[in-house]
Design a protein around this ligand. Structure first.
Ligand code: SF4
Ligand code: SF3
Length: 545
């Protein structure tokens, strides 16, 4: 196997025997084969699109399949086997439509004619053979690097497009870009500049994907409002919901109404408390439990109720809670019960059988819900505070959390940030400091949780509104981005920021293994992107002078 798509990568280079995330070599090969077969499907979809033939099933399938290959989503070989077969089936059906419309259904690239064999071992072997980076890339390391950045960005887009699609929001341009780019990956004639342009286009498309997801979330559940979220527990039965999918959370809330179960959020689900259509409508959405994904084995073990994983990040479930955890949507682990039809009865029954929390345990509170509407609602106050020098600087400290050492940089950065600075945060990286009491500046909290990783869209809108108010470009604002990355949604967001021309982003805790020195050079020259310094003190000094 060869996988280097996330920050957890073994030895800083690639996972080659088994994934540090728990992905087996078998699943890695099947994921490679799935991506390969999607290239063939996309070749057909591009040609069909040129002839005016749209196939929404192919579009939906493509984003779901790509999202399945994102880090910490699906570890189940059986599910990948099914996806690969389905991909070939859809492709052949699309070819038939092409033929019927008088089009040419022949393609030079073999991914467009690959038929999976009957046995899984055969598929695994084929997956190993099509993993183009073994032993050497045929297109050269730099083109391979930017192509991989783009592929990983596509996976991030696919995740956000899938969430938006679940809530009924689609944009055909997003699917067309994904198909066009997957199809382009079968070509050997595209050079570094072509791929750089595609990578930036990937950032642009991801902005649109995050935008329609924002429309889907706010359209379904209202604009987030600031709310205190208890970190303590309520006496009674309990369900813990993790991941990003608000629709799944809503379903669980609806199906647990009146059953005496309190629902807790975990990880990236924390911002759900800010949505009136969830928190205000369902008072049994009680509080937040635990921290970021990499602490789940310890935290889930101690949770006295059922646990539902709606999306990434899933870790190998320990035996101690294997019977209590359920996956839904695209998440999967072999042997873990999967809820594929939106009926959460098995998880609810499990929660009712389990002890729940024996008594009330009031804990601290954190604030959630500072998305764009809430922040821009007090824009006058914020602008005034900047003009009067009460707010010296804004930092966006956020992104993915992860298991490797060195991430306490972000905790210390936030602790050390001077009292006249405001910290905006989003995604699961915030769990390094989300419960810090940073106080406020004239009533404006110094720590503003904008939401999930996809709410980078909201952060961008806040930055654009401030730049308009101050009549300067975003790069001239007293704003610095100090980001942490882990998986491929972070890659997509980074490409969006580069597409928007945002400069001087600090990225850590380590730079991606898939960026070659030459490509890094290009990013440094054109965008001023840089690794975080060895200490937060050094970066704070460099930024604030
Ligand atoms: Fe390794 Fe990350 Fe790939 Fe998992 S997803 S196999 S940890 S590089
Ligand atoms: Fe975290 Fe997995 Fe990326 Fe949505 S939950 S940010 S790592």
């Amino acid at each position: 196997m060869f996988c280097y798509q996330c920050e957890q990568v073994s030895g800083g280079k690639a996972c080659t025997r088994a994934g540090a995330c728990g992905k087996s070599a078998e699943v890695a090969a099947l994921q490679d084969l799935l991506v390969y077969s999607l290239k063939g499907l996309s070749l057909c979809a591009v040609r069909a699109g040129e002839m005016g033939i749209q196939d929404p099933d192919v579009d939906t399938f493509t984003v779901k399949a790509l999202f399945s290959t994102l880090t910490n989503v699906d570890f189940d070989p059986e599910r990948f086997e099914h996806l690969i077969r389905k991909s070939a089936e859809l492709r052949e059906a699309l070819k038939e439509k092409l033929r019927k419309a008088g089009g040419d259904a022949a393609f030079a690239h073999e991914s467009a004619s690959y038929m999976p064999g009957a046995a899984r071992e055969e598929m695994v072997k084929h997956g190993q053979a099509v993993c183009e980076r073994v032993p050497d890339s045929s297109i050269g390391p730099d083109v391979q690097s930017v192509q991989d950045i783009t592929l990983f960005g596509l996976k991030g887009i696919a995740a956000y497009a899938d969430h938006a699609g679940i809530l009924g929001r689609r944009d055909e341009k997003i699917y067309a870009f994904i198909h066009g780019t997957l199809a382009a990956m079968t070509r050997k004639d595209l050079g570094l500049n072509d791929w750089l342009a595609l990578a930036l286009k990937c950032g642009e498309t991801n902005l649109r994907a995050m935008e329609i997801l924002d429309e889907a979330n706010t359209g379904s559940y209202g604009h987030p409002v600031p709310v205190p979220v208890p970190l303590g527990q309520k006496k009674g039965k309990a369900i813990l919901v993790s991941g990003h999918d608000l629709k799944d959370l809503e379903e669980i809330l609806r199906q647990t109404e009146g059953k005496g179960i309190y629902v807790y959020t975990h990880g990236e689900m924390l911002p759900a408390h800010g949505y009136p259509g969830l928190k205000q409508k369902y008072p049994h959405l009680y509080g937040h439990y635990g921290t970021a994904w990499q602490n789940q084995q310890k935290e889930f073990e101690a949770f006295p109720g059922a646990i539902v994983m709606t999306t990434n990040c899933l870790q190998k479930p320990r035996d101690s809670y294997r019977e209590n955890i359920f996956t839904c949507g695209l998440v999967g682990w072999p042997g873990v019960r999967h809820i594929g039809d939106g009926d959460f009865t098995p998880a609810i029954e499990k929660a009712l059988q389990m002890p729940g929390f024996a008594q009330d345990a009031p804990g601290a509170e954190v604030m959630a819900g500072f998305a764009r509407n809430a922040v821009l609602g007090v824009a006058d106050k914020v602008i005034d505070a900047v003009k009067k020098g009460k707010i010296r600087h804004f930092f966006l400290v956020g992104g993915c959390d992860g298991a490797k050492a060195g991430r306490d940089y972000y905790t210390r950065f936030v602790e050390l940030a001077p009292k006249d600075t405001v910290i905006l945060t989003l995604a699961c990286g915030k769990f390094r400091f989300f419960d810090k009491k940073l106080g406020d500046i004239g009533g404006i909290p110094r720590l503003l949780d904008i939401g999930q990783c996809n709410d980078a869209y909201s952060a961008i809108q806040i930055a654009l509104a401030l730049s308009k108010a101050f009549n300067v470009g975003v790069n001239e604002l007293p704003l610095s981005l100090v980001l942490s990355w882990y998986e491929q949604k972070a890659v997509a967001i980074l490409l969006t920021l580069l597409y928007l021309g945002i400069k001087d982003i600090r990225l850590g805790p380590s730079l991606p293994a898939f960026i070659t020195p030459n490509v890094l050079d290009l990013l440094v020259k054109n965008f001023g992107i840089r690794p975080i310094a060895a200490t937060p003190e050094a970066d704070l000094k460099a930024i604030l002078g």
